[in-house]
Design a protein around this ligand. Sequence first.
Ligand SMILES: [Zn+2]
Ligand SMILES: [Zn+2]
Length: 128
Amino acid sequence: MTREATCSCGNLRVLCTGEPELVSLCHCIACQKRTSAPYGVAAFFLKQHVEVSGSYKNYRRSSDAGYDLVFHFCARCGSTVFWEPLRKPDMFAIGVGSFGDPGFPKPRKEVHTDCRHAWVKPLDPMST
Ligand SMILES: [Zn+2]
Ligand SMILES: [Zn+2]
């Protein structure tokens, strides 16, 4: 199976083959800032299963865990489509919203629940 994640304008495209290794929901404030949404959801794919096309710029930041993250965003429309968590050097993380696919596999874990908005229900990892 292949799925394609794209930025808002379609310049930056990330083609992913196979199923994600992990889908994770993060409530942290940095993910809220990245997405402009109350939480972020990331799909992790092995780099060899990912093909990137289009131009992008980079934004690097540190994290609480001590490993930097390098975000890749479209220079034209500004969407962050994918990034490199240096804690997992063999993986790309891809923003699940960038797939534009309501049938995308759901997150099986959530992190930084201390920052979860009060109206957001806790994740039930067992439900479909
Ligand atoms: Zn774009
Ligand atoms: Zn986060």
